[in-house]
Design a protein around this ligand. Structure first.
Ligand code: PFF
Length: 492
């Protein structure tokens, strides 16, 4: 059998896993969620979720990939042959995510160029929705493809395919730049933010704890879902990345380091964003809660406004901001690709480069819908379903299958494996987290989300759109995953 590809060094692995975890989620999602759910007090449920569920699952996924030296589907198949489908399901969800994640990166490319002349003008919202996206009236008025967004998407994919060209070998080199560069940019933004007038007001909104919020179960659930998405758990990525580690590599240590690096970056992201929002409120006379917006609007509407208001070097900071988003996003995106191609290569023993291309082309085709005039609506729906259902289902089933049904080859064998290579040993606490704490949190999360969806369609979209962009995709992924489970692998 051909020797499995490997990371060139421990640092290469650490940077690649960290690069996957740190992404757009750290810069706009974390600060906003933190503000919405209790400000400084949110850090408590966040840290509890990180240590009780995030890190234990990271250890589980690392051990699984490392022990069996295989990516998600075949590693799970080693535990039990009927589990392979779960790995494919995870990779299909990853494919669904990367299809729209790369369109957002395509927007960033465009905005980097718009930064040169600050072409968004005074009405940044109007520019984003009307000029740039040309957003249609409703979700079914698809209209045409936006050529510049499409061009941004293609540029993103060329970048990704080149970054994963020879798998771990190339990724291990690229991440030295794509992880450290955004950290450097972030540092500049934290310093820039903190030295602007009004910064303190922004920070006090971000960090003043509202302890009453801790009584609300929603706050705890928000913390758990933020931790899962942010750590890239439940997508098969960490399993594949750990499978490229040499036999003697520390698992537990790495899981802690990657997770803490991710959490630290999210916290710094909050400092940068809130100090700048404080400045924005200060200059416009608005209050801080008024200027806090969620989702894409923060990066593409609020931030451009702030960039235009900066006292000097506006274009420089504009370019730097979108470059930061691009480099933050690209290693998350290519980790999703790497997880998928590694799965295909393990199963069919195919050559890597044609698969990389095929994957890229398939994802561009799948992503076309998001480049149309109705693209933002579809992006919103698919994003919601992939991260709130896809991820949660995978993580929950991992806990149940590995923790209970196939525990001998699952949690028992994995604990033994992790302890045989790691400096820090995992004990009973780890089993309790995987078998009790995490599944309970995930089941509550899932049940509440399902109830909400039964009560009404997500964001009041037409039920048909919700079905096509959400449920149908999940069902199709499930069916395809089951079929792939039945196909025999080459040589196996
Ligand atoms: N963890 C990334 C973020 O916080 O933006 C997003 C992500 C990347 C999720 C890769 C899942 C994944 F496999």
């Amino acid at each position: 059998m051909a020797k499995r590809e490997q990371w060139a060094s421990r640092t290469a692995f650490f940077l690649a896993a960290t690069g996957s975890a740190i992404g757009l989620g750290n810069i706009w999602r974390f600060p906003y969620i933190c503000f919405k759910y209790g400000g400084g007090a949110f850090l408590i449920p966040y840290l509890v979720a990180l240590f009780s569920a995030g890190i234990p699952l990271m250890i589980l996924e690392f051990s699984l990939g490392h022990k069996y030296q295989l990516s998600a589907p075949l590693a799970l198949a080693k535990v039990h042959k009927n589990l392979e489908w779960l790995g494919w399901f995870a990779l299909l969800v990853a494919f669904g995510i990367v299809a729209y994640y790369t369109v957002i990166m395509g927007w960033c490319f465009n905005y980097m160029f718009h930064s040169i002349k600050l072409s968004w003008g005074e009405n940044t919202g109007g520019f984003f929705y009307e000029k740039f996206l040309a957003l249609s009236k409703n979700v079914f008025t698809i209209g045409s493809i936006r050529p510049l967004i499409f061009a941004g998407l293609i540029a993103t994919w060329i970048w990704i395919v080149l970054s994963v060209w020879k798998g771990a070998k190339t990724v291990g080199k690229v991440v030295y730049v794509t992880v450290t560069l955004p950290w450097l940019c972030l540092l500049i933004f934290v310093i820039r933010g903190l030295t602007l007038p009004g910064a303190i007001d922004g920070l006090s909104y971000y960090l003043t704890p509202n302890f009453a919020a801790l009584k609300d179960p929603k706050v705890w659930l928000a913390a758990y879902s933020q931790v899962f998405f942010s750590l890239s758990i439940g997508f098969g990525v960490m399993i594949a990345y750990a499978s490229f580690l040499p036999k003697k590599s520390d698992i537990v240590n790495n899981a802690f380091l990657v997770s803490l690096a991710d959490a630290g970056t999210a916290f710094a992201g909050g400092l940068a964003v809130f100090s700048t929002l404080g400045y924005y409120a200060h200059t416009t006379g608005l209050s801080v809660p008024d200027v806090v917006k969620s989702g894409p609007s923060l990066a593409f509407i609020t931030y451009p406004t702030i960039i235009s208001l900066l006292p000097f070097a506006c274009s420089f900071f504009g370019i730097l901001f979108f470059l930061m988003l691009l480099t933050l996003g690209v290693d998350s995106a290519f980790s999703l690709v790497e997880a998928g191609t590694a799965g295909i290569i393990d199963k069919w023993k195919k050559k890597r480069i044609p698969i990389n291309f095929a994957f890229g082309i398939a994802a561009v085709i799948a992503g076309l819908i998001f480049t149309t005039k109705a693209g933002l609506y579809w992006l919103d729906i698919v994003d919601y379903f992939m991260s709130n259902f896809g991820l949660v289902i995978v993580a929950l089933l991992e806990c149940i299958f590995l923790g209970y049904l196939y525990r001998e080859k699952g949690i028992v064998a994995l604990r033994e494996h992790a302890n045989s290579v790691s400096e820090i040993k995992v004990g009973k606490w780890w089993e309790i987290c995987i078998k009790v704490v995490t599944p309970i949190a995930l089941i509550i999360l899932l049940v509440l989300t399902v109830i909400e969806r039964i009560k009404g369609a997500y964001e009041n979209y037409p039920r048909l759109a919700e079905f096509l962009g959400g449920w149908l995709i999940l069902i199709a992924f499930f069916v395809v995953a089951i079929i792939l489970n039945r196909v025999r692998s080459k040589g196996g």
